[in-house]
Design a protein around this ligand. Structure first.
Ligand SMILES: Nc1nc2c(c(=O)[nH]1)N[C@H]1C(S)=C(S)[C@@H](COP(=O)(O)OP(=O)(O)OC[C@H]3O[C@@H](n4cnc5c(N)ncnc54)[C@H](O)[C@@H]3O)O[C@H]1N2
Ligand code: MOO
Ligand SMILES: [Mg+2]
Length: 689
């Protein structure tokens, strides 16, 4: 495959004892990756277009041999175009980077050193305390940057515009290190920790994420970017996934997807969902779950007439206590001209009935006594009013006293709940149709040669697995009021997957697939999304258990439609259901009009009924939360292995447990009685019921 844009591959080597001991302390990789990504716009050298591609990131201690080892690998074997080191350039006894680099350089590049120093001196006189070196080894340009992310950034920015020229020259015109866009390097290798440092390819303006295993597994606060189409004029990143060729020796041996935190994943989802349109719907029970796309004002007043609040007698309130003739009867039916009431008269009236003209209050029947009846005893002729000191309009609902015509009754963004209040309100004020946000239609696809329909008769053959993900997810989707389209099972063949996705995408607003997202050679989803559908994979690994390979991608809009979000969830059944509740449900809620933190399921602090062990990764531990004398008590559902769908049985909460890396290895369990945050995924029940 050839392309006009050639790649200049980059390695970032952080030299720091501190960062090597705890990768979480490193900020340089993110900073430098961002500088490089920003420099990517329109690089041309001798008429050819290039782009930077950060292919290696590594953290090593201040150790000359370790530094040199990496440099030899990156320059001699991997033939990267550029290596930037950061750290170890000071005067301290452990600062050895310039020495380590100098010994390996074949050609020094004093000009680059001058450029960096001159730029730094403009900012701080302390630049003289830095000892940068730069030069060429084989086809690779190497530069050393100071250790502080700020200093490293300033130095790199000072020379980055010139570096493409230096790299192209160092490589020779058709060097093997200038890869055509779209090719994958076979030599790509694992990061030092696998998780902590992974290579990523990003286009300018896109965020880059490397591991933050220490970050909380909790829910992102609502500071996501604007919601819109996924391709906002940026060109898509180059595919990172395995090739579709099926050649097992060409697959990755470490995941090319950076491990990001749950909070980062939430932000990426929120920022990359499309906006679905609005639609008009009748006010009836089918409106439950929809979110209003307009402010609603009352068409009519409630009550529409002056109405009695009680059963009793309409009176002129100034008449006071005494015996009065009953001159009329007012029932709660539609009557035209009711007979007017004069002072000294009363009229029998029922709750909700219109007050006769002239009446100014109603006395409850309990506060009256019959004085005289008709001969057949069917009607009352005279009644004694026992109550005195009545107020004007006592026991009367004035016209519009509940809601006035024209009054705002529901605001745009309000959800029509199954509790009934909103539908009742709309119905009462004469609103018969409302504009609501479209509710996403969700396609659910299982993948895997081993997966068979759950209701297939007969025994399972060796290796076969009944499809539990599809029925479980479809049930979860429908129970939340969204339409689910059952897309069946796709076999592990690139063409099949492609065909199924092509057929399904136009029919759905969001697609969920399960299986085939990890490291197996039959894990075809990521390459199919990236290569066949030119989709963008926003993340392909999340620091969480279960659900590590959770993948979120968007496929660009075709014609004048909107882009389609795809969640490729892990095949393991507990992983699929947990990640559905954690990521997909908030996405569905956002698509259907929930804004801000409302898109997330609620969380509450719950008290542990027993000790809970911690995992290395932040864990979403399935639990049953019950209300016990007003407090929330949590009990684990037992074995939490990702394959065990039984861990979701009866679960109504996911305990958000920190990873061991976050709490320090000493605290291996959270003791009984401690409170932890729990994501409430189901209804709460009373304990002992
Ligand atoms: N070398 C590595 N292997 C694995 C890693 C890793 O990081 N490196 N991650 C593991 C984790 S964590 C998970 S989770 C799984 C995810 O696997 P995939 O998403 O690729 O899913 P499959 O390989 O297709 O299947 C996994 C498992 O789930 C069963 N499955 C699949 N679909 C269904 C279904 N619809 N209903 C019921 N069960 C299903 C399937 O038979 C497998 O047993 O990868 C680990 N591997
Ligand atoms: O992340 Mo996987 O879902 O633990 O088994
Ligand atoms: Mg797999």
């Amino acid at each position: 495959m050839s392309s006009a844009v050639k790649e200049l591959t980059v390695g970032i080597l952080v030299v720091s004892d501190t960062a090597a001991a705890d990768h979480a302390t490193d900020r340089a990789i993110d900073t430098l990756t961002a500088v490089i990504a920003e420099a990517n716009a329109a690089i041309t050298v001798q008429g050819a277009s290039y782009e930077w591609l950060v292919e290696e990131r590594r953290i090593v201690p201040d150790d000359k041999l370790r530094i040199q080892d990496k440099l030899r690998d990156w320059c001699d074997s991997k033939r990267l175009s550029l290596v930037v080191t950061t750290g170890g350039t000071g005067f301290g006894p452990r600062d050895v980077t310039p020495e380590a680099v100098s010994e390996l350089l074949e050609k020094p590049a004093t000009g680059l050193v001058h450029g960096m120093l001159a730029a730094s001196l403009k900012i701080t006189p302390f630049a003289v305390m830095s000892r940068p070196v730069a030069g060429v080894r084989k086809e690779t340009v190497i530069i050393t940057l100071p250790g502080s992310p700020k200093g490293a950034k300033e130095n790199l920015e000072a020379i980055i515009k010139l570096l493409p020229h230096a790299c192209v020259q160092a490589a020779g015109s058709d060097s093997r290190s200038l890869h055509s866009g779209g090719t994958i390097k076979l030599e790509q290798e694992a990061g030092l920790t696998g998780d902590a440092v992974a290579s990523a390819r990003r286009s300018p303006g896109q965020h880059d994420h490397h591991s933050h295993l220490h970050e909380s597994g909790g829910i992102a606060s609502d500071n996501a970017g604007s919601v819109g189409h996924s391709h906002c004029g940026h060109h898509a990143p180059k595919p990172r996934s395995n090739e579709l060729s099926g050649d097992v020796t060409r697959r990755h041996r470490s995941s090319p997807y950076p491990m990001i935190s749950v909070a980062e994943a939430h932000k990426l989802v929120a920022a990359n969902l499309p906006i679905l349109g609005t639609t008009k719907r009748k006010v009836d029970s089918s409106l439950v779950g929809y979110i209003l796309a307009e402010d609603i004002v009352a068409v009519e007043s409630v009550p529409a007439f002056r109405a009695s609040i009680v059963d009793g007698y309409a009176v002129v309130h100034t008449d006071g206590a005494g015996v009065y003739p009953v001159t009329a009867v007012a029932h709660a039916t539609s009557t035209s001209d009711a007979a007017p009431l004069a002072a000294g008269q009363i009229a029998r009236i029922t709750t909700g009935a219109p007050l006769p003209p002239g009446a100014t209050a109603v006395v409850m029947v309990e506060d009256t006594r019959i004085v005289e009846k008709t001969e057949d005893e069917k009607e009352e002729l005279r009644v004694e009013i026992l109550a005195s000191g009545l107020e004007d309009m006592e026991n009367v609902r004035e016209v519009g006293s509940d809601v006035r015509a024209g009054q705002l009754v529901l605001q745009k963004g309000a959800q029509i709940t199954g509790v009934g209040g909103e539908i009742g309100l709309l119905a009462s004020v004469g609103v018969q149709e409302v504009a609501v946000y479209h509710r996403p239609v969700v396609g659910v696809l299982s993948t895997g040669d081993e997966v068979v329909d759950h209701d297939r008769p007969g025994e399972l053959k060796l290796g076969e697995v009944r499809d539990s993900n599809r029925p479980a997810l479809i049930a979860a989707i429908r129970s939340r009021g969204y339409e689910a389209v059952d897309l069946g099972i796709a076999r592990d063949k690139a063409e099949t997957l492609e065909e199924v996705l092509k057929g399904a995408l136009p029919k759905v607003d969001l697609l969920i697939t399960t299986g085939g997202v990890s490291m197996g050679e039959k894990d075809l989803l990521k390459p199919t999304i990236e290569r066949t559908f030119t989709g963008t994979i926003h993340f392909g690994r999340v620091a969480m258990k279960p659900g590590k390979p959770t993948t979120f991608a968007t496929i660009p809009a075709v014609d004048d439609g909107v882009g389609k979000p795809i969640f490729s969830l892990p095949g393991n059944p507990a992983s699929a259901t947990v990640t559905f509740h954690l990521f997909v449900l908030p996405a569905l809620r956002q698509l259907s009009g929930h804004i801000g933190s409302e898109r997330y399921l609620p969380t509450a602090l719950v008290t542990l009924d027993h000790d809970v062990p911690l995992d290395a990764r932040p864990e979403f531990h399935r639990a049953v939360v019950t209300i016990d004398k007003g407090t929330l008590q949590a009990r684990s559902t037992g074995g939490q292995r990702s394959s065990r769908i039984g861990s979701m049985e009866a679960a109504n909460a996911l305990l958000c447990l920190p990873g061991l890396t976050e709490v320090g290895d000493k605290r291996k369990r959270i003791p009984r009685g401690d409170k932890v945050a729990a994501l409430l995924i189901g209804e709460l029940t009373m304990s002992g019921v």
